[in-house]
Write a protein that binds this ligand. Structure first.
Ligand SMILES: Cc1cc2nc3c(=O)[nH]c(=O)nc-3n(C[C@H](O)[C@H](O)[C@H](O)COP(=O)(O)O)c2cc1C
Length: 170
């Protein structure tokens, strides 16, 4: 895991939502996180594949903001990350319908117990609805706290393959 980030999405009707996710990969191809695609965020990203991430590090007084479009990671990538997860997380991912109502906590615990015995001694396969999204950035902004609110802001904006860099007023 690289870090925790706030992930913002907007529905087709323009309704905004934000929640934290664990960032699993960040490289020249984009920023990857994993989730249940049936979740509220999964469904929203399906109807409007644009998203934003925000990171904040209190100890260094830095913020990074990323905006762009998302696409699903390949099945191979998702399989490989799924296989690296601990068994308990695989069980939870197999029985929880993320963001759907739950009658009782006991029901969920019972589902985990059933899955545990069903998969005893076997590998737990990645459910088809569980996977990753890769945010391909078109805008990345670095913010560093400055004295008396004279923060430093530097933004990189991509048009096609070209990144343009500029400073912004704090
Ligand atoms: C620190 C932290 C990390 C989280 N990481 C993830 C994650 O990687 N994937 C995920 O689906 N939910 C993660 N969650 C839970 C989400 O914030 C959220 O509750 C869940 O995904 C349902 O969101 P949704 O209803 O908007 O889809 C995390 C929560 C916290 C507090």
């Amino acid at each position: 895991m690289l870090d925790v980030a706030a992930l913002a999405t907007a529905s087709a009707r323009g309704e905004a939502a934000v929640r934290f996710v664990l960032l699993k990969q960040a490289d020249e191809h984009g920023f990857v996180f994993y989730t249940d695609k049936r979740s509220a965020k999964g469904r929203t990203l399906e109807e409007n594949p644009s998203a934003a991430l925000a990171f904040y590090w209190d100890r260094t007084n830095r913020q990074v903001r990323v905006e762009g479009s998302v696409e699903a990671v390949s099945d191979e990538e998702a399989d490989s990350y799924w296989a690296s997860r601990e068994r308990g997380s695989q069980l939870s991912g197999s029985v929880s319908v993320q963001s759907s109502p739950l009658k009782s906590r006991a029901e969920l615990v019972a589902r985990v117990a059933r899955a545990k015995s069903l998969f005893a001694g076997k590998a737990i396969p990645r459910p088809p609805y569980w996977g990753g999204f890769r945010l391909r950035p078109t805008r990345i902004e670095f913010w560093i706290r400055g004295a008396s609110r004279l923060h430093r802001r530097e933004v990189f904006i991509r048009t096609g393959k070209v990144w343009k860099r500029m400073m912004l007023q704090p």
